[in-house]
Design a protein around this ligand. Structure first.
Ligand SMILES: NC(=O)c1ccc[n+]([C@@H]2O[C@H](COP(=O)([O-])OP(=O)(O)OC[C@H]3O[C@@H](n4cnc5c(N)ncnc54)[C@H](OP(=O)(O)O)[C@@H]3O)[C@@H](O)[C@H]2O)c1
Length: 252
C-alpha cells in the first residue's frame, strides 16, 4: 500500500470515529453498568475484555515485526508506550476486575474487536513500513518530550483511577459506590479523562496519522461513555457531589 492511500484511509477512519461519537451520544454502549440483555447473546465480562483488547496488542505487534521499522531502535522506542498500555489492558486489567457473574453482549465485543483491529492495523503498519523519517534527534525534541510527559501523566492517572474503582468492590460484590479522592473530586470518570490525555500525548510525541486517529477514536468512545456514567451516578445516588463534572474538570 502506498502512503497516500494509507493516509486517505486514515482520514476516512477519523471521519467514521466522529460519526460514531455522535451515535454514542444517543445510544449508550451496553457494557458495565449500562449492560443490556436486549442486545443478543452475552459473554462473561472478563472474557469479553480479554477478547476485545487482545487484537489491539497482537495485531499491531505482528504487523510491526513483519516490517523494516522493527530493525530500528528509535521506532521501538516510539512504539513502546503503546505496547506498555496494551500489555496492562490485555494481560493485567481483565484479571483484576471484580465483575464475577457479570456479562456483556457479544455484539459489543465484536464491535470493539473491529475498532481495535483497524486502529491496531494502522499503527502497526505505520511503525513497520512508513516510519523512515524518525531519527534519534526526534527523541530529544520539545514536542516528543511534551507528548511523553502527557502520556506518562495520562497512563499514571488512568491506572490509578481504574484501581480506585476496582478497590471499591474490595468488601462488597458487584454493586456500585460513589468514588471519592484523587481526580474523582472533580470528575466522575478520571479513568476516561486520563486515557484521553494519554493518547493525545502519544499523538503529540509521535506526530503521525495513525496516532491521531487513535486519539480521536478514544475521545469519541470515552466522552459519551463518561457523560452516560455521570448521568447514571446522578440518577442512582441522591448524595452525589453536585460540583463534580463528568469528564473535563470544571468544564463538562
Ligand atoms: N481507548 C478507548 O477507546 C477505550 C474504550 C473503552 C474503555 N477504555 C478504558 O478501559 C478502562 C475501563 O473502561 P470502562 O468504561 O469499563 O470503565 P468503568 O465503567 O469506569 O469501569 C471500570 C471498572 O470499575 C468498576 N466500577 C466502575 N465504577 C464503579 C463504582 N462506582 N463502584 C464500583 N465499581 C465500579 C466497573 O464495574 P462494572 O463493569 O460492573 O461496571 C469496572 O469493573 C478505562 O481505563 C477506559 O479508559 C478505553
Amino acid at each position: 500500500m502506498d502512503q497516500i492511500l494509507f493516509n486517505q484511509l486514515i482520514w476516512a477512519w477519523i471521519f467514521i470515529g466522529l460519526l460514531t461519537m455522535i451515535l454514542l451520544l444517543f445510544v449508550t454502549a451496553p457494557y458495565g453498568r449500562h449492560s443490556k440483555t436486549s442486545w443478543g447473546p452475552m459473554i462473561s465480562n472478563r472474557m469479553g475484555w480479554l477478547l476485545m483488547e487482545l487484537p489491539a496488542l497482537l495485531l499491531p505487534f505482528i504487523i510491526f515485526l513483519s516490517g523494516e521499522g522493527s530493525s530500528r531502535r528509535v521506532i521501538w522506542i516510539l512504539f513502546l508506550p503503546f505496547l506498555i498500555h496494551y500489555i496492562n489492558r490485555v494481560l493485567i486489567f481483565p484479571f483484576r476486575l471484580r465483575t464475577r457473574g457479570k456479562k456483556m453482549p457479544v455484539v459489543i465485543v465484536g464491535m470493539a474487536i473491529f475498532f481495535n483491529s483497524i486502529n491496531g492495523f494502522f499503527l502497526g503498519y505505520y511503525w513497520g513500513y512508513f516510519a523512515d523519517g524518525y531519527t534519534a534527534e526526534w527523541l530529544t525534541s520539545p514536542q516528543f518530550i511534551t507528548g511523553l510527559i502527557m502520556f506518562c501523566v495520562g497512563i499514571g492517572f488512568n491506572i490509578r483511577s481504574d484501581n480506585m474503582l476496582i478497590w471499591l468492590r474490595k468488601t462488597s460484590s458487584n454493586g456500585y459506590k460513589i468514588p471519592y479522592g484523587g481526580l474523582f473530586r472533580y470528575i466522575s470518570c478520571p479513568n476516561h479523562f486520563s486515557e484521553i490525555i494519554e493518547w493525545t500525548g502519544y499523538a503529540i510525541m509521535v506526530w503521525n496519522m495513525p496516532a491521531l486517529a487513535f486519539a480521536v477514536w478514544t475521545f469519541a468512545n470515552l466522552v459519551p461513555r463518561a457523560l452516560a456514567h455521570h448521568k447514571w451516578y446522578k440518577s442512582h445516588f441522591e448524595d452525589y457531589p453536585e460540583e463534580r463534572k463528568a469528564i473535563f474538570p470544571g468544564i463538562l
